[in-house]
Write a protein that binds this ligand. Structure first.
Ligand code: FE
Ligand code: CA
Length: 527
């Protein structure tokens, strides 16, 4: 059994007022008032689509010569001839150099299989590097929306700039996806999603809209949950705006699960069955390549993407191979089990893969896409520092190996990007967090949630408190949003983009703070 740790999330939330909620009614009327879900019915429970492309389109994992194009058929298209006989459906796709499809460079077709929920993962090859493309699908004469994507730069090329954004934590019930609408407008080269793409059960104390059901366990349950999320027009717009690189955290399966250990009463066998269902649904709904097709409860999620010689992206999976949270989970003062060499976050194979890849990377920047906080942040409770056992602080020997590796092997410009805690942080990675004189070996930028936790707040008082106890902390903020990054040979610039509210529509976007990392100078500086 684990204790549920909400401390990190509750620190900063400012609860919406009654007046805010009076403007948002729950249920169908509310959904329509909030911009509507065209072509589908939004009663709690069943969702019926007229449009086979009612879940939108997406692309992902860009390589220099191609990307994977994604859609997932819904409605009558999945029952050819009107019978649900489970026959495969042929889906055509085309890729063009312009959004009007005057200059089509490739076409093809692929079978959407009932076994994979009529999802389409078309791996397009033979495209030119570092170029924008537009794509669309067609099934039985019905066309899909158009998506924009972009290939990675050629392996040896040094692009002047790479622009990417990262985001995480989109509890559907807790808030609207206004931030994703703004993210779509950014038209970045790459969007990295660091997990909590869905939530498996209700966490929001105040709900602006509702999941289709209670907690999800089976494949059908997870499919219905993703359908609820994927029907959101702002999420669809963000997917259609740029290729995504995704990696899950805990809520795609079960809150705070660790390897084969469930949050609550499930046995290992039950959790592995649940994980298999969850991973299959994740694959069906994400623009992932064939290499990520799950096999039972196993899914190859740690992987690398190369953006020319400018940047290498090391994508981690900190859930599938980790040992259980030590010391009963939750936030704890220093406890022996957290210092045990038996505790692992990545597992042996992934740790070696990460170190090997960092050591061999010739890229100017090494960005590590990671789920949970690496840095040690002391939070004082009854005069004692406590740390979340779900984060790298519960796996201290392995964290120290990573910090020592960064300090000794010195891979070029390591920058960790992190999600999970529904707040923004800019932190220096130190060889020894308890020693202010200790060497800085990298930077960690934590993106806030897109919607989880509701409106949140700027947390200025909290920031002062945290910074007093943690001199390596530069910035904290508890609003919602995403982080937009621009990478050049000289610096990586991170803009913390935030919206002032998510419990009602039309929030404007703004930049709350900007931090930079300069080439050859580890750590974050105010930009
Ligand atoms: Fe989350
Ligand atoms: Ca999480």
């Amino acid at each position: 059994m684990k204790t549920r740790d909400q401390h990190w999330f509750d620190l900063f939330s400012t609860r919406p007022t009654r007046r805010d909620f009076a403007r948002i009614s729950l249920g169908l009327g509310g959904v329509l008032a909030l911009g509507g879900l065209p072509g589908c019915r939004a009663d709690r429970g069943i969702r019926i689509f007229d449009d086979p492309f009612g879940l939108g389109v997406a692309s992902g994992d860009p390589w220099p010569d191609g990307v994977v194009l994604w859609t997932r058929l819904v409605g009558a298209a999945t029952a050819p001839g009107g019978s649900a006989d489970g026959a495969p459906v042929s889906v055509r796709w085309e890729v063009a150099r312009d959004d009007g499809f005057a200059d089509v460079v490739q076409t093809g077709s692929t079978l959407a299989m009932p076994e994979l929920g009529y999802s389409v993962h078309a791996e397009v090859e033979g495209l030119e590097p570092a170029r924008d493309y537009w794509y669309r699908f067609d099934v039985g004469g019905q066309g899909s929306p158009v998506g924009r994507t972009r290939t990675a730069p050629a392996l040896g090329a040094r692009p002047e700039t790479v622009r990417f954004a990262f985001a995480s934590c989109q509890d559907y019930e807790a808030g609207l996806y206004t931030a994703l609408r703004h993210l779509a407008d950014e038209q970045v080269d790459l969007i990295i999603h660091l997990g909590d793409y869905i939530y498996e059960k209700t966490f929001a104390s105040e709900r602006v809209r509702e999941h289709e059901a209670e907690e999800v366990f089976s494949l059908d349950d997870y499919r219905a949950r993703y359908t609820t999320y994927r029907a959101d027009p702002n999420l669809q717009a963000a997917h259609a705006s740029a290729p995504w690189v995704v990696t899950p955290d805990d809520h795609e399966v079960d809150n705070n699960f660790a390897g084969a250990v469930a949050e609550d009463g499930q046995t290992r066998e039950q959790l592995l069955l649940r994980r298999a269902a969850a991973f299959q649904a994740y694959y069906e709904f994400m623009p992932l390549r064939r290499a990520q097709l799950p096999s039972g409860p196993d899914m190859q999620l740690f992987r690398r993407l190369r953006l020319g010689s400018l940047m290498e992206l090391h994508v981690l999976d900190t859930r599938q191979y980790r040992s259980d949270q030590p010391c009963g989970d939750g936030s704890q003062p220093p406890c022996e089990q957290a210092r045990s060499p038996e505790q692992t976050m990545l597992g042996v194979e992934q740790e070696q893969w990460l170190q090997g890849g960092l050591a061999a990377s010739g890229a100017r920047w090494n960005v590590i896409a990671n789920q949970v906080l690496v840095s040690q942040i002391d939070r004082m409770r009854d005069g004692e520092a406590v740390h979340s056992m779900d984060q790298w602080g519960g796996y201290r020997v392995e964290r120290q190996r990573l910090l020592d590796f960064l300090g000794e092997v010195r891979p070029a410009n390591p920058v960790v990007i992190t999600g999970d805690i529904h707040s923004n942080w800019a932190v220096d990675l130190k060889r020894n967090f308890d020693d202010p004189a200790s060497e800085v070996v990298g930077a960690e930028f934590v993106g806030t949630s897109l919607s989880s936790g509701g409106d949140g707040g700027d947390g200025t008082e909290r920031e002062a408190e945290f910074r007093a106890d943690n001199p390596h902390l530069h910035f904290f903020n508890g609003q919602r949003g995403y982080v937009r990054c621009s990478v050049t040979a000289d610096r990586l610039t991170a803009d913390f983009r935030v919206v002032p509210f998510v419990t009602r529509p039309d929030a404007p976007i703004g930049t709350r703070a900007t931090f930079v990392v300069e080439d050859g100078r580890p750590g974050a500086q105010a930009g």
